[in-house]
Design a protein around this ligand. Structure first.
Ligand code: ASP
Length: 440
């Protein structure tokens, strides 16, 4: 008996996490459909026992949001060396901002056109939790500036926390560069503290993700038990739109930048296939970085440019994630029967770009940041709410979505390094032409 138990735990922790989350999704869906077939009363009484596991998962995720933004964004911003924020830095950042805005626009346009998630009209036990707060565009902009940072953290006001974290990060970056030994040392200590906090938070996120399969299972049972099989089609639709939007971004936005430097997009894809594929399978921009750097070197991009822009890009430039955020927010808003208004869409543009900056280059990070974008448009992910149920649906297929978006995140970094290097005459075209795309 004891051995049997250990066997189950062994199986659980030793099986690939992605596979477990996927199993949670499928088995949860099947159990949900069976419960739905047994009648509404039976389904509801079973959910009394099953739903708390999903609620626990949602609460764990919510718990981690504020520290994730605060610590990762401070460290991310502080890692920019002010001395390098010269021409290359400015150009790189301009490219990042421009492509991110294109990305969120493409994501939103596709979502407006296809309207993912409509017609599901998720039913939840507590329908009061379904109402979303509508926000107006003008109030949003001013509201980004916190009047009391501690209150912002208490309330979980995402944009205000982002604003403050960027300020702390930037000032840290300057102070770490100070000529005065005392100030430099103090700033370095603070930076090390924040870096340590980031590691701690990621450790906790890792633990929460170990629980994710159970959480996803429970959320799926709830969704399917109360809504039946009508939710399968919409999920397939989200996946397909995301991949089409990513392809459009690749061909038109990156293709456009490359064409400006007189380079073809398809030739580029062939040469960049190693990092693109590595990102696709590892689902981590950070993890792919060694391959990305090697490819940039082989492409003839100067070290001065790529050594700065690729590591930076792998943490703050995430066009794939931005497109994903835009599409998924629309899906969730539609799924709960509360489509986004114009003000909320403006908010999505703002937060999706900023959330992508704060997204770590690790698997699944974008899904956590999706919570921020949702909260910023008033779609609170409360345990037992329709928003949480719709979010759970997205999380169930997140691995599939993560592969595509990570691949695009990395591609954007390489295109950026190439374009900036070429405009600074730091690009060896002969080497680029000769490179076949195979790293030795
Ligand atoms: N996995 C992505 C990356 O590493 C981040 C995300 O989850 O969106 O770029």
């Amino acid at each position: 008996m004891a051995d049997g138990k250990r066997g189950v735990f062994d199986w659980y922790f030793k099986t690939n996490l992605l596979l477990r989350i996927f199993l949670g999704l499928v088995v949860g869906g099947v159990v949900g459909v069976i419960l739905a077939g047994m009648g509404a009363d039976t389904a509801k009484s079973a959910l009394v026992y099953i739903a708390p596991f999903g609620d626990a998962f949602v609460r764990l995720l919510k718990m981690i949001i504020v520290p994730v933004i605060l610590f990762t964004l401070v460290v991310g911003t502080a890692s920019i060396d002010p001395a390098r924020l010269g021409r290359v830095g400015v150009k790189t950042l301009v490219y990042y901002v421009a492509t991110s805005i294109f990305a969120v626009a493409i994501g939103l346009l596709f979502a407006i056109f296809v309207q993912p998630g409509t017609g599901i009209d998720l039913v939840v036990a507590d329908s009061a939790a379904k109402a979303a707060v509508k926000t107006s565009a003008s109030a949003i902009i001013l509201d980004v500036i916190p009047t009391n940072m501690f209150e912002s953290m208490n309330k979980g006001s995402v944009l205000q926390i982002i604003f403050f974290a960027i300020l702390i990060g930037l000032s840290l970056a300057f102070l770490r560069d100070s000529q005065e030994e005392r100030i430099k040392k103090a700033a370095d200590n603070v930076f090390i503290f924040f870096e340590g906090m980031v590691e701690i938070i990621f450790k906790i996120v890792g633990w929460i993700m170990q629980y994710a399969p159970i959480g996803v299972f429970s959320l799926m049972v709830s969704v399917f038990a109360l809504n039946g099989a009508k939710v399968v089609g919409p999920l397939a639709k989200v996946t397909i739109i995301l991949y089409i939007a990513l392809a459009v971004h690749l061909i038109f936005v990156y293709g456009g930048f490359l064409a400006w430097r007189k380079l073809g997009v398809f030739g580029f894809i062939k040469k960049a296939r190693a990092p693109m594929l590595t990102a696709f399978v590892t689902r981590s921009s950070g993890g792919t970085l060694p391959v990305t750097i090697k490819t940039a070197e082989n492409m003839g991009i100067s070290r001065g440019v790529y050594s700065f822009s690729l590591p930076l890009g792998s943490t703050i430039n995430m066009d794939g994630t931005t497109i994903y955020e835009a599409i998924c927010v629309m899906f969730i808003a539609n799924a709960i029967g509360s489509p986004l208004d114009l003000g909320q869409m403006v908010m999505v543009v703002l937060t999706a770009v900023l959330a992508a900056v704060g997204t770590a280059g690790v698997p699944g990070a974008g899904a956590i940041m999706l919570l921020l974008v949702l909260e910023s448009v008033g779609l609170k992910v409360e345990a037992g709410s329709a928003v949480a149920a719709a979010y759970g649906m997205i999380l169930g297929i997140d691995a599939l979505l993560d592969m595509g978006r990570t691949s695009m995140n990395v591609t954007g970094d390489v295109v950026g390094a190439l374009v900036v290097a070429d405009s600074e005459k730091e690009f060896d075209r002969t080497r680029y032409t000769a490179y076949s795309g195979l790293n030795d």
